[in-house]
Design a protein around this ligand. Structure first.
Ligand code: SAM
Length: 316
């Protein structure tokens, strides 16, 4: 998808581009290579480990690059810190990087034993351990169902409550083992994957952050600037789709009615009518890209947009 990301993101614009999910800096390098030397890049990530890796990779680009450790939902404040409020393009490639998923000590994988942590930002207080050991059964079940689409969510929550009375649940292996009797034997690993996804979405408020981050991104774009989003699961893609639809919605009121009553106030034009999917070659090259959906839009009217609530799942 990398070439398509660049195609949509850069367009005819020059200036400051934001990689809101810097990770290891893969997309950032491509943006820097594809843009003239006077174009700058602001890279944001909430994970200091990601920034350390990106810093080494982006060092050859010197003062063209600024990196900030923050949540991308604070984009307006970050831009103020670096002395601007206008950007030419913003890329969101949210979720987790391979480095995060593969780091046993962070607890993002159910198949390896590590602490029940799952924080993208290690300075944040809330961990998966806190959620698992303190949240009421209904909230746990809602998290597993709404964020993981796990059908045995209530049974899983009840089992956790029963076992945590006896002993605090602190490791991934402990959680995976105690859930075994209540999950379908046939789909045990798939269910664990769903429950882990649900927990990390809850720990990192991934959907709330995306919803607010998209609004901050579009609000900061110059006219002609582009927003590109890669979504990796249906909950993320639904947020992007709804937000883009709302922010591009034209007034449908009849002129005979006089003033607009539908409240449409379009600020963007969609560049992708439907999400673009990776080609078979792209999936062979990078299997983790298999579920990616790319959506892009261009700012056509100046001004801010309001974030769209991330839906019932986000209301937990
Ligand atoms: C899929 S990786 C990005 C990979 C990167 N684009 C590359 O090419 O190497 C997602 C990154 O986004 C970061 N991230 C996710 N949500 C974030 C948020 N709300 N604020 C800041 N960073 C976030 C994660 O910490 C992770 O490093």
């Amino acid at each position: 998808m990398a070439e398509r990301v660049l195609h949509y993101l850069i367009g005819k614009q020059e200036g400051l581009f934001v990689d809101a999910c810097l990770g290891a800096g893969g997309h950032a390098v491509r943006i820097l290579e594809k843009t003239p030397a006077h174009c700058r890049l602001l890279g944001i990530d909430r994970d200091p480990a990601a920034l350390d890796i990106a810093a080494k990779r982006l060092a050859p680009y010197g003062d063209r690059v600024t990196m900030v450790r923050a949540d991308f939902r604070q984009l307006a404040d970050i831009l103020a810190q670096v002395g601007t409020d206008r950007i030419s393009g913003v890329l969101f490639d949210p979720g987790l990087s391979s480095m995060q998923l593969d780091d046993v000590e962070r607890g993002f994988a159910y198949a390896t034993d590590g602490p029940l942590d799952m924080r993208a930002d290690p300075t944040q207080e809330l961990t998966a351990e806190t959620i698992v050991n303190t949240y009421p059964a209904k909230t746990l079940a809602d998290i597993f169902y709404n964020y993981g689409e796990e059908r045995r969510s209530r049974q899983a929550a009840a089992r956790i409550l029963e076992l945590r009375e006896q002993k605090r649940i602190t490791t991934t292996a402990q959680l995976a083992k105690l859930l075994r009797p209540v999950l379908s034997a046939k789909h045990y690993h798939r269910s664990l994957a769903r429950i882990w996804m649900a927990l990390r979405i809850a720990v990192n408020d991934e959907l709330g952050a995306l919803s607010e981050g998209l609004a901050a991104g579009v609000s900061s774009l110059d006219v002609g600037g582009r927003i590109v989003v890669l979504a990796y699961h249906s909950l993320e893609d639904r947020i992007v789709k709804r937000a883009f639809r709302e922010w591009s919605r034209e007034c449908g009121c009849s002129p005979a009615l006089g003033d607009c009553v539908c409240g449409a106030n379009p600020k963007i034009t969609l560049l992708t009518k439907r999400p673009e999917l990776p080609s078979p070659e792209e999936i062979t090259e990078n299997s983790r890209a298999a579920s990616a959906k790319l959506r892009a839009a261009e700012k056509t009217v100046p001004g801010s947009v309001m974030s769209i609530p991330s839906g019932p799942a986000g209301a937990i």
